[in-house]
Design a protein around this ligand. Structure first.
Ligand code: HMG
Ligand code: MG
Length: 330
């Protein structure tokens, strides 16, 4: 099948073929904060390394489209993720967005003290550590056991908090793991508790390989609440491998979650989890939320135009259904 033509001139979308209710239905939040991960989770998985200036333009365009939290890059070992080895050159090009007069917070991933030093030296004020619920992924992604990784994060979180930085704690493999299969809920709850107890301000529950289903999402959120983890501290991070990311998101919204991770154009994956395909596409998420009457502050036309432009830079069409539908030329 020939991919749809990509329209680089796509402007703000008007007259969407969608009924938009005046307010969110009962039981759903009025507003959702989208944590955009395209520049980090998306680009870390590209075969070719995107030029630094292109990454900076991507981030600026995402901010102009109304995204207020944009994960910019990672201060990890450059040999582990060469696609993001330009973090020192990229961050200063976008840093102004994250200052009080800017429009978007710019979290960055840091795994250890060395990563935190690098991030703080450039003025980062929001960081994210990234733990695993399973031993296999902890080893593959961090070269540590689960508990060794937690021990590595502890001083990082303490130092970041002492500098008034906001700290997000990712937890990968919350539902299934390519080596270990389905992940028991109590195993996930234990690591979540540990991340919160060390001082993380929020957690992001990662379905790294996209195997979650809405029932599993509800079960995990309920179990976390039962262990004293408030829903307000939780975000969700779905990959769309089995086409469940939107259904899982709806289940999380119905539970009261108001922070949802997504990646513009559905870019993404994880270099250390081969079965991870693209993240939930931000456009698909905005389409659903708009139709539910939930405010996101995002201009879907500008965002789609950004993903169409990025698809041009990467030389292949976006996998997002919404990007394809909105940019299709007859
Ligand atoms: P290691 O090999 O065990 O490192 O890797 P080490 O602590 O033994 O240090 C070895 C050398 O690396 C030392 O240099 C360190 O200074 C240097 P030497 O003394 O030999 O010259 N080093 C660093 N250099 C620069 N920046 C650093 C750094 N750290 C050490 N930060 C390490 C351990 C954690 C560093 C490595 O495993 C790593 O970088 N892993 C990152 C993997 C990654 O980024 N994965 C993708 C993000 S996670 C994800 O995508 C999932 C998520 O989206 C949620 C979901 O979907 O589930 C978040
Ligand atoms: Mg991810």
């Amino acid at each position: 099948m020939t991919p749809p033509e990509l329209d680089p001139e796509l402007g703000p979308v008007v007259g969407l073929p969608m009924a938009v209710p005046a307010a969110a239905a009962e039981g759903l939040p009025a507003r959702v904060r989208i944590h955009e991960v395209g520049p980090r989770d998306g680009l870390q998985n590209e075969k070719s390394t995107v030029p630094t200036a292109t990454k900076a333009e991507f981030i600026h365009r995402l901010a102009a489209a109304g995204l207020t939290t944009i994960e910019a890059t990672s201060f990890v070992h450059p040999k582990w993720v060469p696609q993001l080895a330009d973090a020192e050159r990229l961050f200063p090009l976008v840093r102004d967005l994250g200052t009080p007069s800017g429009t978007a917070a710019l979290p960055v991933l840091v795994p250890n003290d060395r990563g935190l030093d690098r991030a703080l030296a450039l003025g980062a004020t929001r960081i994210a550590v990234f733990a695993s619920a399973t031993e296999s992924f902890a080893k593959a992604n961090l070269n540590r056991t689960v508990d060794e990784a937690l021990a590595m994060f502890e001083p990082v979180v303490a130092r970041a908090k002492a500098q008034d930085a906001h700290v997000r704690g990712y937890l990968s493999m919350c539902f299934g793991d390519p080596w270990e299969g389905p992940v028991p809920v109590p195993q996930v709850v234990r690591v979540c508790r540990a991340l919160l107890d060390m001082g993380c301000d929020e957690l992001s529950l990662g379905d790294t390989i996209g195997v979650a289903t809405p029932g599993h999402v509800r079960a995990l959120l309920t179990a976390l609440n039962a262990e004293g983890v408030p829903t307000a501290a939780l975000g969700v991070h779905f990959h769309d491998t089995y086409g469940q990311a939107l259904a899982n998101t709806l289940a999380a919204l119905q539970h009261g979650v108001t922070t949802v991770d997504a990646s513009a154009g559905g870019l993404g994956g994880c270099p250390y989890a081969k079965s991870a395909t693209g993240n939930l596409a931000t456009e698909d998420l905005v389409w659903m939320l708009t139709g539910l009457g939930i405010d996101t502050g995002v201009d879907l036309g500008l965002l789609t135009a950004t993903s169409v432009w990025m698809a041009g830079q990467l030389g292949r069409p976006s996998p997002s259904r919404t990007v394809r539908a909105l940019s299709h030329k007859e």
